[in-house]
Design a protein around this ligand. Structure first.
Ligand code: PLP
Length: 394
């Protein structure tokens, strides 16, 4: 059967190849240390699982949800933003419940743009942003995220033409894959740019809970004027290790929220009500699990960075997210280096070029295995002597 042109144009899943390589290696009996994926390794906290078990036993929660989600969950979202960021959210008009952040990210271009319109994306960036671009038939321009700018886009480099054309911009801090974090000044500049050029902003706050060295990542909505221009998308996947549960939400500008809700009225009947109540428990219950989770990632980060530096691999520690963005030694492309690590050291990493042109020269390492395995991975890499230039190996 012939697929639609739109479907045929969908971006190829760059990391599907890595997933296959890893599963083939594991099937051969190799002890692969998989640092390539983005799936939290720890279980969902017990009190959330218990809330889900109790909720599923209630037949009232087996029915259709209200189209736009349970009022209890929208109120819990507002409560969460007030408690965590001191941001006021109207649960009725400023919250959209999502099937994970991914759903909102893919839906928004369909909800706001017309075919041929332009949106701005970070490069390197989360690959799924491109799915929304193709489904909505829009064009995109990229904003390079460079180490010398702390992985924040430099708006002065955007041409007048691009600024004029752009109708929507995606940001993502703490950043996947670079581990960069945003500042208040950066968000102020963003809001100014958005107002001057009539650009809607989506800030992807998937790693919002994960900041290191005592620095809690700031919310876009904490900056004055943010709600006038944009929304922030949050997910329970990372904060509460609920990646498989598929719960996220968008908060902020009421018109953008209405647009998301409207498109969702035609696609879904919101999430399983029992799941929505478990999400209420996650957002409003004991938050000790989050503090512990962040400490666990920070310890892993410290162990990894120390091991890399001791192995003669000068790397910078990420300030947020659960990824480290490591420069590839001279003489290799990202893909060559990643392939060598898998082939020769049984260490899987994500090649940076899979995240965009400006990802070339890096690999992404997930802090999603224990400290002992992270140390072991660096030891294996060190043994290969790849950290020296190829010329030195001859
Ligand atoms: C930057 C970023 N945004 C969004 C998502 C998707 O999150 P969710 O599980 O809520 O769909 C991810 C998941 O890896 C991510 O890395």
């Amino acid at each position: 059967m012939e697929l639609s042109t739109k479907l045929k144009n969908l971006p190829k899943q760059f990391f599907a190849h890595l997933v296959k390589q890893v599963s083939d290696a594991v099937a051969e009996g190799r002890d692969v240390i998989n640092l390539g994926q983005g799936n939290p390794d720890q279980p969902t906290p017990a009190h959330i699982v218990k809330a889900m078990q109790e909720a599923t036993a209630n037949p009232q929660l087996h029915k259709y949800s209200p189209f736009r989600g349970l009022p209890e969950l929208k109120e819990a979202v507002a409560h969460f933003y007030k408690r965590e960021y001191d941001v006021d959210i109207d649960p009725e008009t400023e919250v959209s419940i999502l099937f994970g952040a991914k759903a909102g990210l893919v839906e928004l271009p369909l909800a706001l743009l017309n075919p041929g319109d332009t949106m701005l994306l970070p490069d390197p960036g989360y690959p799924d942003y491109l799915s929304g671009v193709t489904l909505a038939d829009v064009q995109f321009e990229t904003m390079p995220l460079l180490a010398e700018n702390d992985f924040l886009p430099d708006y002065e480099k955007l041409s007048e033409d691009i600024k004029k054309r752009a109708k929507l911009m995606y940001l993502n801090y703490p950043n996947n894959p670079t581990g960069g974090i945003a500042t208040k000044e950066f968000y102020q500049e963003t809001i100014k740019l958005a107002k001057e050029n009539d650009i809607a902003i989506l800030q992807d706050f998937a790693y919002g809970a994960i900041g290191f060295e005592g620095k809690k990542p700031i919310s876009f909505l904490q900056t004055e004027g943010a709600k006038e221009v944009g929304i922030e998308v949050y997910t329970l996947s990372k904060t509460y290790n609920m990646a498989g549960w598929r719960v996220g939400f968008a908060v902020g500008n009421a018109q953008i929220i209405e647009a998301l809700n409207l498109i969702q009225d035609h696609l879904f009947v919101s999430l399983f009500p029992a799941l929505q109540l478990a999400a209420v428990e996650a957002l409003t219950g004991d938050q000790t699990c989050v503090t512990e989770q962040v400490a666990l990632y920070e310890n892993r980060r410290n162990v990894l960075i120390k091991a890399c530096n001791e192995a003669g691999w000068p790397v910078t520690a990420p300030m947020g997210s659960f990824f480290a963005w490591l420069p590839v030694p001279e003489g290799y492309t990202s893909q060559q280096f990643a392939d060598l690590l898998l082939e020769k050291a049984d260490v899987a990493v994500a090649a940076g070029n899979g995240f965009g042109e400006y990802g070339e020269g890096y690999i992404r390492v997930g802090l999603l295995v224990d400290e002992q395995r992270l140390t072991e991975a660096v030891k294996r890499i060190e043994k290969l002597n790849l950290l020296k230039k190829p010329a030195e190996l001859a």
